[in-house]
Design a protein around this ligand. Structure first.
Ligand code: NDP
Length: 333
């Protein structure tokens, strides 16, 4: 099994030297174990936080241990009742091509016609659940609301925009970091307006895109985006604080928004969340999202990087914005 380990705690932007690749011989299966050949491994922004040795909602990665995280693969050998060779399983064993462990650590999922297995890491998995919970439960989006989402062409953001439209948002506005992504937001994902935050003046661009103000802000980015949203809110506006990727590789704490007083004067509600605390919504999410996928009401993109040896590059590419939709590593076992 080829596995990627964290070798050192990155300071600022991670580099290849912070990781190492190891080759592990797998022992014979013990009773109750299965062996899985991964097909897709997830790289996610939250992993950057886990590379630091700080207390957070998920514990830090241990040095010299294989990077854990979402992955999907196929059973190639089994010593467990109820799991057959060929079954597709989702698990959290992360950055490796082959994984062997007790069957309890895996969830068997159906293979859906026309849907790649990588969908279980994105549109049918954690990132789309995050969008669903954050928009509907945390921000409490109502029909007619004007919704603004940052990081809008990413795995979470592209789902937020589409779910908002399907749930009757009045206007959906997104921001992203390249002209191609901005074009995709309106041409493919059904956003009403979109802008490139790298063109600068985020507050000004948001005011043009949502001239009557916003009711809901789904924050993937933090920093200047959050300040712009605070400036654009109508009275009673609500934000779901999902992530702050603009700060993940900085070495100094970023300044807070300078217009926090708007929270008081406009009666705003800002609520943070981590999806792991809302897994009770997975059933409702799955049912609704499968329907939308099958009917074509929701579309999705993925950026696929080949080879487990390129997992670090894929992760860094995600942080640099090289992905459209979900970033995944395709594993050739
Ligand atoms: P994405 O697919 O959105 O990939 C990350 C994207 O972030 C990049 O493609 C890039 O797009 C954008 N980005 C990078 N740097 C910056 C920057 N300085 N300013 C603005 N945008 C930037 O990742 P996910 O959809 O998986 O995650 C999106 C957010 O949601 C992250 O903040 C993540 O931590 C958070 N998250 C939170 C969860 C929770 O439970 N609270 C669960 C899952 C994700 P671009 O080209 O547009 O810059």
């Amino acid at each position: 099994s080829t596995q990627i380990q964290l070798a050192a705690r990155p300071v600022g932007w991670p580099t290849a030297a912070d990781f190492r690749t190891v080759h592990v011989d797998l022992p014979d299966l013990a009773p109750g174990e299965i062996r899985v050949a991964n097909e897709f491994v997830s790289v996610d922004p939250y992993m950057r936080g886990r590379m630091n040795d700080v207390k957070s909602y998920s514990p830090p990665y241990a040095l010299d241990e294989t990077m854990t995280g979402g992955a999907v693969g196929r059973v190639v050998a089994t010593a467990a009742d109820g799991v057959a060779v060929g079954d597709v399983v989702v698990h959290q064993y992360g950055w490796r091509d082959l994984v062997q462990a007790p069957a309890e650590g895996f969830r068997v999922v159906p293979e859906l016609p026309g849907v790649p297995l990588s969908a279980y890491l994105g549109v049918l998995g954690m990132t789309a659940l995050t969008a669903y919970v954050g928009l509907l439960d945390i921000a409490g989006m109502q029909p007619g609301d004007t919704v603004f989402v940052s990081g809008a062409a990413g795995a979470v953001g592209s789902m937020v925009g589409q779910i908002a439209r399907l749930k009757g948002a009045g206007r959906v506005v997104g921001s992203a970091g390249t002209p191609e992504k901005v074009a995709l937001l309106t041409s493919k994902y059904g956003f009403d307006a979109a802008f490139n935050y790298k063109d600068g003046d985020i507050a000004g661009q948001l005011a043009l895109a949502a001239p009557d103000g916003i009711d809901v802000y789904f924050d993937n980015v933090g920093g200047e985006h959050l300040e712009a949203a605070l400036g654009a809110f109508k009275d009673g506006g609500r934000a779901a604080l999902c992530g702050a990727i603009s700060n993940y590789n900085t070495t100094e704490a970023s300044a807070g928004p300078r217009n926090m007083s708007n929270i008081v004067t406009r009666g705003l509600t800002l609520k943070g969340f981590t999806v792991g605390n809302y897994l009770q919504h997975f059933g409702a999410f799955s049912a609704e999202m499968s329907g939308w996928l099958t009917s074509g009401a929701v579309v999705f993109d993925e950026t696929v990087v080949d080879g487990i040896d390129n997992a670090v590059e894929a992760f860094l590419g995600l942080m640099r914005g090289e992905n459209t939709g979900k970033m995944v590593v395709r594993t050739v076992a």
